[in-house]
Design a protein around this ligand. Structure first.
Ligand code: PLZ
Length: 444
């Protein structure tokens, strides 16, 4: 998939963060508002493939990809060339003033690859949150209904509406309200923590009871669900859960929105994570992160008649589908179409499952290995219980950071470690990173 311009090797030459990063961090703390946090205070200068280089010259293995953004690899050659070319030709018009072809081409590709045997249309935006906001707007306009439902442990963004849609108050919403009305939270299928043996259909029935009793099907415009939850800790619902929900929604004229912001665009080994349950039929999808190869762009793609529900002028935004970001997205999407990219996600899944399940057999803190493709996580507990073990996660993350592996936590209980490497990561580099993870586990 990639020719590398930086050797794909970990190299730690200072403490992490090193002195130059520490000096920059001191400046940053004076200049940048405190609400904008830091997971690891290294200042990044360059990156390629799955390696980032910091101001002190440390070569760090990136297992986070900017939270699932540089799926195709940092500074992918195809993306760089497309951006360079586009930036010299046209950087902005505002599509709703005077259109340009690149925007249309992104929509055409997304329409062609969204699952579902129906005509599709798309619209482009800047961020995942903005895509979710617009999917809700469009679903409300289409149905003439106001209420929406979301799922426990879910995450959808940082705008006022999407803050209301997130499960966790801390850190996303606490003190930032009041929030948009019309949002109801219902139970998710969480196989590790649900009663043993609860099937996907039974878990869906539990959610449907809430939807019917708390909201009333006739009042619901949309249900919005991540087919694999991202920030919630890569929770994969029990088989049948998504299908039973979408069947019920369709019987009741409710729009099904799959939030594919984190799981979509080849990350899981399919174009979209929704495809793992072929009978699950989302009407709209929200897409962002990996689509731009590092450039900001997002989309809502879905049923043409729903996408056409808004009056002209109802949907837009100054920068949505910016020409340079659109050119980057075309470069990413054409590479996936050309073949081989989905296979890389499956290769990585094989290594992650092989290594992490071997660790699970040795270390009783690992309650579960779950996820798909290059989106795999481990949930850590106090041995012999299901009690969340965030202390173990913090210790392993600290160990990894110290040793040049950038790794992310997740989960409602902060007790999940998630692996979101670029699909360009080599087997050697991934195994090296997993050796560091294992040493962290061993030192608990
Ligand atoms: N929907 C499923 O994962 C973004 C958040 C990073 P934006 N997740 C990473 C942070 O701390 O802000 C996300 C997601 C799902 C929507 C979003 C929101 O996407 O591009 O961050 O707005």
């Amino acid at each position: 998939m990639s020719e590398f311009t930086i050797a794909q090797q970990r190299k730690v030459v200072t403490e992490i963060p090193g002195p130059k990063s520490q000096a920059l961090q001191a400046q940053r703390l004076k200049a940048v508002g405190a609400g904008v946090g830091t997971a690891l205070g290294i200042f990044v200068e360059k990156a390629n493939g799955a390696i980032i280089i910091d101001a002190d010259g440390n070569h760090i293995i990136d297992l986070g990809s900017g939270i699932g953004v540089t799926t195709i690899g940092h500074t992918n050659a195809g993306v760089i060339n497309a951006v360079r070319e586009q930036v010299g030709e046209l950087t902005h018009t505002l599509f709703t003033l005077t259109p340009y072809q690149e925007y249309v081409e992104v929509c055409q590709i997304l329409n062609a690859h969204m699952p579902g045997n129906f005509a599709k249309k798309s619209a482009l935006f800047n961020s995942g949150s903005e895509a979710v906001e617009n999917a809700v707007k469009i679903a409300r306009k289409f149905t003439g209904r106001g209420e929406i439902a979301v799922f426990d442990h879910g995450y959808h963004g940082r705008t006022n509406l999407t803050m209301a849609m997130n499960f966790k108050a801390m850190p996303y919403a606490s003190g930032f309200g009041p929030f948009a009305p019309g949002v109801t939270h219902v139970p998710m299928s969480y196989p590790l923590r649900d009663p043993a043996g609860l099937t996907g259909e039974q878990a869906a029935q539990r959610s449907i009871t809430y939807l019917e009793k708390r909201i009333g099907a006739e009042n619901l415009a949309a249900i919005v669900i991540e087919p694999i939850q991202g920030e919630g800790g890569f929770i994969v619902p029990a088989p049948g859960f998504l299908t039973a929900l979408s069947n019920w929604a369709h019987e009741n004229g409710i729009v099904v929105v799959a939030d594919e912001v984190q799981a979509g665009i080849a990350r899981t080994g399919q174009w979209f994570a929704s495809e793992f349950e072929p009978t699950f039929e989302p009407d709209l999808m929200t897409i962002a992160k990996g689509i731009g190869g590092g450039m900001p762009i997002s989309a809502v793609t879905g049923r043409a008649e729903i996408m056409d529900a808004s009056h002209p002028g109802g949907i837009g935004g100054t920068f949505g589908g910016n020409p340079v970001s659109a050119a980057a997205a075309i470069a990413v999407l054409r590479q996936i179409e050309a073949g081989g990219v989905l296979e890389e996600a499956k290769r990585i899944e094989g290594i992650l499952y092989g290594r992490l399940e071997a660790m699970q057999a040795k270390y009783p803190q690992i309650a579960q290995v779950r996820g798909r493709g290059a989106m795999v996580a481990i949930e850590l507990v106090e041995p012999g219980t299901l009690n969340p073990n965030p202390a173990a996660v913090n210790a392993i993350v600290a160990h990894c950071h110290k040793n040049g592996v950038l790794i992310l936590n997740a989960g409602t209980y902060n007790n999940v470690i998630r692996f979101l490497p670029s699909l360009a990561i080599t087997n050697e580099l991934l195994n090296d990173a997993l050796d560091v993870v294992e040493a962290g586990l061993a030192s608990l």
